[in-house]
Ligand binder design. Structure first.
Ligand code: NAD
Ligand code: IPM
Ligand code: MN
Length: 353
């Protein structure tokens, strides 16, 4: 197994270091892999003048999977768009065809009081958000900022082909089959033609999965329902932009955005694994970041790309024990718990592996 390690920017190197320690601890179990570091994002701009350099393109093409911290930061916000760190991330997703982004929002019972929502609202939460990742308004053409009639106009294109919709719908239906057989597709068909097609194609695809109960919801209502009664959802499937927004919202149901891992997969389970959060410039370099989303992303890597269910379950079990023992980074801290930093959380997980 060859794994590219892309620490990235901000808190990226701190959280990835802890995830790598956890991975290394599994070597003693007979898990065999090579780790190869690479540059992506702002650190790549600094070192090589571009966010997704050729060496990194080769590295991730050769690797079976990649582990990413996060990219971006205020230092790079003034760069021309093609040089921005985020373009590196979008580039890797597009180049590798990672169209299926799985974002599981699961509440560890120990964190029921860490959420800003009432514990009875979030207790038992277990949602899987399936986000399309290589299409939509993120990649649609034309796009730009231009002069028109004496003023600037900004424009982007929301676009999906039926093939793109069908393949992500199939991923979502298959995931629902392994869970509670319920799928909610989220769109804005009352206003946007692109998402009318989304709804039509998801509905057609349901014929291949008659055992899955399909429902549809408009995205504004879905945003509200996620905080009103999140347990009504099993699997949710949606486009790139709505999925970006709804998954950050869903992360707070689990206590913190620092808890939500993700897998970005192609059609053969090659994958990029990363926490859903960003580079958190406000807490970078202070040993404050929660590394659990990144550590749990390693578990997803072992499960989806390497088919190592036992090793994945061991990591998830260790995280559960750490929370039961009362260890908390600042983002999930409650009075009476043991407050620790990024490295301390890594130590605690290792002690329970
Ligand atoms: P962010 O997710 O980085 O941070 C939002 C808030 O959540 C901040 O207060 C931060 O401190 C907190 N937070 C995030 N991760 C945390 C963790 N592990 N532990 C504790 N607290 C955590 O979002 P933002 O501030 O909007 O974006 C910052 C930068 O990150 C931007 O440049 C953005 O483009 C980039 N970004 C990158 C990715 C990625 O690489 N996948 C994802 C989102 C944002
Ligand atoms: C995410 C991030 C990215 C996205 C950005 C950094 C390009 O917010 O992974 O959720 O919008 O997809
Ligand atoms: Mn996001």
């Amino acid at each position: 197994m060859k794994i590219a390690v892309l620490a990235g920017d901000g808190i990226g190197p701190e959280i990835v270091a802890q995830a790598v320690r956890v991975l290394e601890a599994l070597r003693s179990d007979g898990l065999r892999f090579e780790l190869e570091p690479g540059l992506l994002g702002g650190c790549a701009v600094d070192a090589a003048g571009e966010p997704f350099p050729e060496a990194t393109r080769r590295l991730v093409t050769d690797a079976d999977a990649a582990l990413l911290g996060a990219v971006g930061g205020p230092r790079y916000d003034m760069l021309p768009r093609q040089l921005r760190p985020e373009q590196g991330l979008l580039g890797i997703r597009k180049m590798l065809g990672l169209f299926a982004n799985l974002r599981p929002a699961v509440l560890y019972p120990e964190l029921a009081n860490a959420s800003t929502l009432k514990s009875e609202v979030v207790a038992g939460l277990d949602i899987l958000i399936v986000r399309e990742l290589t299409g939509d308004i993120y990649f649609g053409e034309p796009r730009g900022i231009e002069q028109r009639n004496g003023q600037r106009i900004g424009f982007n294109t929301m676009i999906y082909s039926e093939a793109e919709i069908r393949r992500i719908a199939r991923v979502a239906f298959q995931a629902a089959r392994k869970r509670n057989h319920r799928l909610c597709s989220v769109d804005k068909m009352n206003v946007l033609e692109c998402t009318q097609l989304w709804r039509d194609v998801v509905t057609e695809t349901n014929q291949e999965y008659p055992d899955v109960e399909l429902s549809h919801m408009l995205v504004d209502n879905a945003a509200m329902q996620l905080v009103r009664n999140p347990r009504q959802f099993d699997v949710m499937v949606t486009g790139n932009m709505f999925g970006d927004i709804l998954s950050d919202e869903a992360s707070m149901l689990t206590g913190s955005i620092g808890m939500l891992p993700s897998a970005s997969l192609d059609d053969r389970n090659k994958g990029l694994y990363e926490p859903i959060h960003g580079s958190a410039p406000d807490i970078a370099g202070k040993d404050l970041a929660n590394p659990l989303a990144t550590i749990l992303s390693v578990a997803m890597m072992l499960r989806y790309t390497f088919d190592q269910e036992a090793a994945a379950a061991r990591i998830e079990g260790a995280v559960k024990k750490v929370l039961a023992q009362g260890y908390r980074t600042g983002d999930i801290y409650e009075p009476g718990m043991k407050k620790i930093g990024t490295t301390g959380m890594g130590d605690a997980v290792l002690a329970n592996i």
